[in-house]
Design a binder for this molecule. Structure first.
Ligand code: DPP
Ligand code: ZN
Length: 857
């Protein structure tokens, strides 16, 4: 397959200022007529190349006359043109019902919908399918009125009516939508279906009244209030925090069941995976509620960071995604506890981005090349990209950062921009030089910082050093700019010994001296996770326990506790025996600290995951890690039995409420339940089953189910069966049923998951379901890495099958197999063998080829 390179970027040969699309909708044969106004870009004699993907041109007209001399170059349509501007008309017929890739126009649960990012538009019609070609769209749809009573597209509704006369009296109707804002093809959307809307209004800061609609199946209507509310909050937040106002009279969101992404920011018509819209207490967890608000916000924020200012080419993807993730993270932090949100985001970064950055698929935030762009919707582009924006906002400070984003939106409105354009705005409005900082865009790999504090009398010396590990194609790295927030605390009194400082570590090594110290200092560093790096310090277990109780930055408290747990667990894995006293006392301290918020407590007392412990080790030993972690969990459960029970009882909230306090209580409750079960208490299963049965919300119910599913009591089967019976017709909740079993810590999980793949409710055709079983299983470190290799074989079989249906979703599930270098020779050989089997599969997609072949290196 062909490698696309960033350095080969060339401006488009032809622009398309206007396009009119006419759809005759039918699941088996949809006719698409496209009329493009094209304009030559500068003086050249190159033909017009329109991208296609599995399209056949039924007719090609130039200026109303049948075109002469057009050819196909592979999937693309090539039309020689003589003038400066022309009108091109093409007709194709596509079959949405047979589109299992879920890219382009496809059918989902009886409706028709589109997904065009990144290159799906070329599966709908011939077009220069690249983000720097911006066009005004006029869309007309005609379809069966009973089947598709609702016809939606981008922009504003212009007209609609019933078809008349002749055979058309056959119950068909039509609608026309115009989008006044020029946009790239990846933001095109159309939806046709039997839908109803939860409608609302938002009045913008300049007084524009916007009609809002969340479109779903009628039965799902009661589950849409939360999403609608989140949308209004997002619109208000973007006005007050970034000065960004919505620009159309209509904003619609449609929920669809089969969707590759989480959601899509199409102009004025967002299309969502239904899991990020539908919520009620009985079916959605607090985590789901939070994720819905975050994704609604994310897609809404794209209206400016992505749509009004879009990307010049796909190498700039993080320009919109990193920035928009940063925006949605800030929004979510403002809705509840900023500290807890930051902890969650850092945990996510460590779980997904750090492993990516240290593995065979590591790539810079602005990649240099790709085979298939779909493979680059990664944690690096999104989450590390967000950290890069966050660091610039830290360096600039809030006022200058806002001035810089204003400048960026103002200067690039209506255009397709680059990461470089963004950084230059930061420099100009911030009055800073970000020359060296730009390495964050070009160098892959997670920087490592060592921080050693030594004391001599009243003087302390902090030695900082940094290094960036080699990554594929980048053997040698230059030092980065690392904004490190730090502070010293008195080891005796616990008093701060200085104000928080922002140190910009730019060299490979740097020394900072602190004078006139009256007591032994303890170092608090990378506070708030000010830089996305791995920090190694010479702090003792005592220092970490001290900080976990006394640091005045909640993130740093959490971090100290995590480090203490991690050090303890790594030592236990290596030595085979654990010294648990320090962790137990630190957890006791936090758990019983009445000044702390419950959600924070629940986060802080959770042990690092198996995988994160594995990430710290030269060779991952899944069984030893599991044993060490279980031993610590057991000891924590037993030693703090009274405290867990008190926390559990204290968190027995009465009735469901979606508020930060009630959410915190529920979180503590299930964490405490987990520790009570880990202690081996005789009544644990009963307690869990009681919670399972009495729950008036999914958070409590799923939390109890998880505890039971990890255990061996007979209540386990009863709970699984009861859950299945209760929710078997709700496919989103059934995903939880699959996922909980795939994540189980039991010995028989690999067998159980193989059996679940043959369950009548399992299907690879639905991406959520595939991810719930295959995706979840492959991050279950112990079960997936079963020494027999059966987990690898099972996942490879599933991915090969999934690739035939949906390459994009299949390819995203390859990375766990690509981590073979981190395991012992026996496991590594088995993992490689499966990757080789995938690469050798006839008819493999380029998506899978890229992921699997790179994973072998
Ligand atoms: N829909 C995906 C997102 O919002 C890609 N743009 O991140
Ligand atoms: Zn996005």
């Amino acid at each position: 397959p062909q490698i696309i390179r960033r350095e080969d970027y060339r401006a488009p040969d032809w622009f398309v200022p206007e396009i009119a699309l006419d759809f005759d909708l039918d699941p088996t044969a949809t006719r698409v007529q496209a009329t493009l106004k094209v304009e030559r870009n500068g003086a050249h004699d190159r033909p017009l190349v329109l991208n296609g993907d599995a399209l056949a041109a039924e007719s090609v007209l130039v200026d109303g006359v049948e075109a002469q001399g057009w050819t196909m170059d592979g999937p693309d349509l090539v039309i020689p043109l003589t003038g400066e501007s022309h009108t091109i008309e093409t007709v194709v017929t596509i079959a949405p019902e047979r589109n299992t890739q879920l890219q382009g126009l496809y059918a989902s649960s009886g409706m028709l919908c589109t997904q065009c990012e990144a290159e799906g538009f070329r599966r709908i019609t011939f077009f220069p399918d690249r983000p720097d070609v911006l066009s005004k769209y006029k869309v007309r749809m005609t379809g069966d009125k009973a089947r598709f009573p609702v016809l939606l597209a981008n922009g504003d509704p212009i007209a609609q009516g019933d078809c008349e006369g002749g055979d058309a009296g056959d119950g068909r109707h039509w609608a026309e939508w115009h989008d006044p804002f020029p946009k790239p093809s990846y933001l095109f959307a159309l939806v046709a279906g039997d839908l109803v809307a939860n409608k609302g209004h938002f009045t913008t800061m300049s007084g524009r009244k916007v009609d809002l609609g969340i479109w779903v199946r009628e039965a799902d209507l009661p589950k849409t209030d939360h999403a609608l509310h989140a949308l209004k909050l997002s619109m208000a937040w973007d006005e007050s925090v970034y000065g960004r106002e919505y620009d159309l009279d209509v904003f619609n969101i449609v929920a669809v069941d089969d969707f590759n992404f989480g959601a899509m920011e199409n102009k004025g018509l967002n299309v969502f995976n239904s899991r990020y819209i539908l919520a009620d207490p009985d079916t959605a967890t607090d985590y789901d509620y939070d994720a819905i608000a975050a994704v609604v916000a994310h897609e809404y924020f794209h209206n400016w960071s992505g749509n009004r200012v879009t990307c010049r080419d796909w190498f700039q993807l993080s320009l919109k995604e990193g920035f928009t993730v940063f925006r949605d993270q800030s929004f979510s932090g403002d809705q509840g506890s900023k500290a807890v949100k930051r902890i969650e985001d850092v945990r996510g970064l460590r779980a997904s981005q750090f492993p990516e950055d240290s593995g065979p698929l590591a790539h810079p935030v602005r990649p240099d090349e790709y085979i298939e762009i779909s493979n680059f919707y990664t944690a690096t582009i999104y989450n590390k990209g967000a950290e890069v924006i966050r660091m610039m906002s830290t360096i600039l400070g809030p006022q200058k950062f806002r001035a810089a984003t204003d400048l960026y939106f103002d200067r690039f409105d209506g255009t397709a921009a680059t990461c470089e354009d963004f950084v230059r705005c930061m420099e100009e409005a911030g009055g800073v030089d970000l020359t060296q900082f730009r390495r964050w865009y070009s160098q892959a790999g997670t920087p490592r910082v060592s921080a050693n504090l030594t004391q001599e009398g009243g003087k302390a010396r902090l030695k900082l050093a940094q290094s960036v590990p080699p990554t594929p194609g980048q053997p040698v790295k230059e030092p980065m700019v690392l904004p490190l927030k730090l502070k010293l605390f008195g080891g005796v009194t616990g008093r701060p010994m200085c104000d928080e400082q922002l140190v910009l570590l730019k060299d490979a090594a740097q020394e900072i001296v602190f004078e006139n110290l009256s007591e032994t200092p303890v170092l608090s560093i990378n506070r708030g996770f000010s830089a996305p790096v791995i920090v190694e310090t010479n702090r003792t277990a005592k220092d970490l326990a001290f900080l976990s109780a006394h640091d005045d930055d909640p993130f740093a408290r959490y971090e100290a506790m995590q480090q203490l747990m991690l050090d303890t667990l790594v030592a236990a894995v290596t030595s085979g025996k654990g010294e648990h006293g320090a962790v137990i006392e630190a957890v006791r301290n936090t758990l019983t600290d009445a000044s702390l918020d419950q959600a924070f407590i629940a986060e802080a007392v959770l042990l690092p995951s198996d995988s994160f412990i594995g990430d710290q080790m030269g060779v991952v030993d899944p069984d030893a890690i599991f044993a060490a972690r279980e031993a610590l969990r057991g000891d924590l459960g037993k030693a703090l039995n009274a405290e867990w029970r008190a926390a559990y009882d204290g968190a027995q909230a009465n009735r469901f409420e979606y508020s930060p306090a009630a959410k915190g209580a529920r979180r503590v409750k299930t964490v405490a339940l987990g520790y009570i079960a880990a202690s081996g208490a005789a009544d644990a299963a009963e307690l869990a089953f009681g919670q399972f049965e009495a729950a008036d919300n999914m958070t409590d119910r799923q939390g109890a189910l998880t505890t039971l599913v990890n255990g061996n009591s007979e209540k386990r089967t009863e709970a699984l069966e009861s859950f299945y019976q209760r929710y078997q017709s709700n496919f989103l909740v059934l995903d939880k049923w699959f996922q909980t079993q795939a994540l189980s810590s039991r010995d028989d999980t690999a067998q159980a998951v193989e059996a679940l793949a043959n369950h009548k409710d399992f299907t690879l055709a639905n991406p959520n379901r595939a991810r719930a079983l295959i995706g979840a299983f492959s991050v279950n470190q112990r079960a997936f890495h079963d020494v027999s290799g059966r987990g690898y074989r099972f996942v490879a079989d599933q991915l090969i099958a999934l690739d035939r249906l949906n390459p994009q979703t299949a390819a995203k599930l390859v990375p766990p197999l690509g981590r073979w270098k981190r395991f012992d020779a026996g496991r590594a050989a088995k993992m490689r063998a499966e990757l080789e089997r995938i690469v050798a599969t006839p008819g493999l997609s380029k998506d899978m080829f890229e992921q699997a072949s790179k994973s072998l290196d």
